[in-house]
Structure formats: C-alpha cells, structure tokens
Design a protein around this ligand. Structure first.
Ligand code: IMP
Length: 428
C-alpha cells in the first residue's frame, strides 16, 4: 500500500511528525501538497532541533526524496534560507524536487496579506502574514507567477507587470502604501532562478512512476481539515486544500493512488487565529492545557486557543477525508485531570446537533454537549503497549474511538520520537 496521506483533523498543529516518524525508514518519498511557509514543525533528531516552515520534514531523513508539489505556494527567500541552514548542519538536500507548476509568493503578496488583515479590523482572519491567501487568490484569478516562469525572463516580466498593474492601484489608492516596481520583483525572483533550476521538474510524473514501482509515498498535508478552503470554518480558513483530496490535486497523482488516509488528532483541541471553536476554554483548564502542551505557534509564536476534544469534528474529518486510521497525539498532556470532558454533540440555540452544522452561523452559536470520563495520574510517557496505559487512559481512548467512528491506530504518549503506542501498523 504505497500511497499514504497524512492530514490534520482539527485546526492544525496536531503533531503530524509522530506519524511521519513512525513511517520513517519505510518511506521513500515525502510530498508537501498544499500551503506554504504558514506551516511550522519542529523536528528533534538526537540533540539537534530543526524548525521547518516550508520544507517537508522528510528532507531530514537520509535517503528520502522530498517533493514540493504543484499545490504549494513557495516563498523563495524562505526556501533557500531553510535549505542553507540545513546544508550548514550537514543535511543532504540534493533529494529535493520542486514542481514546475507550484506558485511563487512575491513581495506584493506578503504586503497585501498584511495590509488586508489590518483593513479587516475586527473581521480579520488572523493569518500568518506570509502572503499565502493573496498568492492562492492570484492562482485562481489566473494572474499568478509559477516556478517555470522564472526560466523565461520575458514571460516573467509580462506576468509581474500584469499583476502589478492592478495591485499598485490597490496598494496606493486603497491601502496608502508605496507602489512596487516590476524591476524590484523581477530582479528578486531571478536571483533564485539558477539555484532553483536543478530541483525543478514534473513532480507528478515522478511520483506516479515511484508509485508504479511500489515505492512508499507519504503525502503530508499542511494545516488541517477545519482550515481547508472548502470544508473548513470559512472564511476563517487558509486558502488551500488541506484535506485528502488536495493530496491528489496538489501533487498530480490520481485519487486512486491514495491507499491509506491517516488523520492526526490531538487528545484535546487547539486553534490559532480567529473563527468559531465550540469547545474553547477560557478558564484554568485552558491555561493547564496550554502550558502543559506548550501550545504556542511555531511560525508566529502566538499562544494557541485551546479546548476539549470535539468528537463531531473528528467524525466530520473522517467523512471528508475518508480517514482509515487515527493517530491520537498528546494523550500525556491530560495526565493529572480528575475528569476529562469530551464534546459529543452541540447545542445550537436549544437544538441538539450530532454533526458539524453546515450553516456557519449555527457553528458560531454551537456550545458543546459534554460527557465526562475519569482521568488518571500515572506518568504514561513510557507506555509502549496499550496494556501499559492506566485503565482510565485505555477507557478514554476506547471511548474516543467509539464516538469518533474510526479506529485509533497510534497513540502519542510523550514528546520523544519513540513515545508512541502502536495498535495497528499504519502500513499494514
Ligand atoms: P494563512 O494560512 O496565513 O492565510 O492563515 C489563515 C488561517 O490559518 C489563520 O487562522 C492561521 O492561524 C491558520 N494557519 C495557517 N497555517 C497554520 C498551521 O500550520 N497551523 C495552525 N494554523 C494555521
């Protein structure tokens, strides 16, 4: 079963690294298929700590081929800064391939992201300010700049001119900013072209050939289901397809090549930025989860909003993505709670909703209907089999499995790479 997709179930930061680590040595290819440097993961290997925002984590594993797919938006300055930092620490970066069709984040996209957010005032999305939304907007508007455009200066210049014709009106007349010149953008982009050239190819073809040869390809989703442009809490979402369908469109392989869909879900919930969050906590329980779970953004450093586990969201994510296995992360953070509340359904203005409401206003009004499960006090970080877990922790996991409707194949019990309980092999 060579094609494996890893997606976040909630609003991101579920700890996808646990799943990629588990697949580790059996992985031949790791593909990033959506998003850009709005993501953030810290990978600890031995004593070394690596913070990656754009590159897929697979770049750190010797022998693994890393791919940036067509569905990604690339900030070239960030790409080469990350590559440079890795190279300086002796990491082999020669196995990185970049899709010729991926879109480029330019200076005007970053500027527009920031000024648009300011303009929205209290309606702001709380974006990471990295230019993600404006770059995807240009892609859909058919005014974007793609990786392949960097290798034809004439074409590049025409495209940048076309984009800036409109955007400078906006920047100057609406947002009161200085106009950006075509030359400064073109010069900046061209300064990366020769270094980029050897990495660029038809990554869809490469991946299809790898799958034909029976190699293991892991498609690593950035952000998560509830931040997906179609299926998330719109408009408080990112601008890409963060769900499993995006693995096919964002990498150029057919949907029937995706054999296993692994959903990563935290034992509680977090979210960064604005938007509805029914189980959000504003009391000392929230402080407990935030400080114990170290819930601060990897990309922005912002404290994350925190809340209890939301089972309707997991059921929804399972349906939207076709999840076959769940990886439940950070179970150890709940250690010490006397009882653990879990959201099993919502109350929306007096009406019970067992599923995520399709109407956005209903979701904004949803308050959780909670069920309470007994907690445990024992340190679980050394557990390696399900039976090693305290009975209350086992029962909590079994209850989540039942109300979430999908098997929980792996349980994260601590920050260490090997701190996992594997109930079902993700490659079986
Ligand atoms: P953007 O992706 O920068 O446009 O931000 C849109 C929304 O997605 C904001 O609420 C961000 O906080 C959120 N977001 C983007 N990337 C991540 C991520 O990797 N983890 C969690 N939230 C994210």
């Amino acid at each position: 079963m060579p094609g494996i997709v890893i997606v976040g179930v909630q609003w991101g930061d579920e700890g996808k690294g646990k799943a990629t680590d588990l697949l580790g040595e059996r992985t031949d290819w790791v593909v990033k298929f959506n998003g850009g440097n709005n993501a953030g993961h810290t990978v600890v290997i031995g004593d070394e700590k690596y913070a990656l925002h754009l590159l897929p984590s697979g770049i750190l594993s010797p022998g693994v081929n890393a791919v940036i797919g067509n569905g990604v938006v690339i900030d070239l300055e960030v790409l080469f800064a990350e590559l440079g930092a890795l190279q300086a620490r002796g990491v082999d970066i020669s196995r990185l391939k970049v899709s010729a069709n991926a879109h480029i984040i330019t200076q005007y996209h970053r500027t527009l992201d920031k000024v648009t957010e300011r303009f929205l005032g209290k309606r702001m999305i709380g974006t990471t300010g990295r230019g993600i939304g404006p770059t995807y907007a240009d892609k859909i508007n058919r005014t974007g700049i793609r990786v392949q455009d960097l290798f034809d200066e004439n074409i590049l210049r025409q495209k940048v001119e076309g984009a800036l014709d409109q955007k400078n009106h906006l920047l100057v007349k609406v947002f009161n900013r200085r106009a950006i010149t075509v030359d400064e953008v073109v010069e900046d982009l061209l300064s990366y072209a020769e270094r980029l050239r050897p990495m660029v190819c038809d990554t869809g073809l490469l991946l299809s050939q790898a799958l034909d040869a029976g190699e293991v390809v892991v498609f690593e989703g950035g952000q998560a289901t509830m931040l997906d442009i179609d299926h998330g809490t719109y408009p408080f979402v990112t601008s890409s397809s963060a769900t499993a369908g995006g693995a096919a469109t964002g990498s150029g392989v057919g949907p029937n090549r995706l054999d296993r869909i692994v959903g990563i879900v935290k034992a509680y919930t977090t979210r960064v930025g604005s938007g509805p969050f029914p189980t959000e906590l504003f009391d000392e329980n929230g402080d407990f989860l935030r400080s114990r779970g170290f819930e601060f953004g990897t990309t922005t450093g912002r404290p994350r909003r925190v809340g209890w586990y939301d089972a309707p969201i997991t059921r929804y994510a399972t349906r939207i993505n076709g999840i076959t296995d769940l990886v439940l992360t950070k179970l150890d953070i709940l250690t010490g709670l006397t009882e653990i509340p879990v959201c099993v359904a919502y109350d929306v203005d007096g009406e019970r909703f067992d599923e995520v409401p399709v109407n956005q206003s209903d979701f904004h009004h949803a308050t959780p209907i909670l069920e309470y499960f007994p907690g445990w006090t024992e340190d679980i970080s050394t557990a390696r089999t399900f039976e090693d877990l305290p009975v209350a922790a086992q029962e909590y996991v079994l209850a989540l499995e039942k109300i979430s409707g999908t098997r929980i194949s792996v349980i994260g019990v601590g920050p260490a790479r090997d701190a996992v309980v594997v109930r079902h092999d993700l490659l079986d």
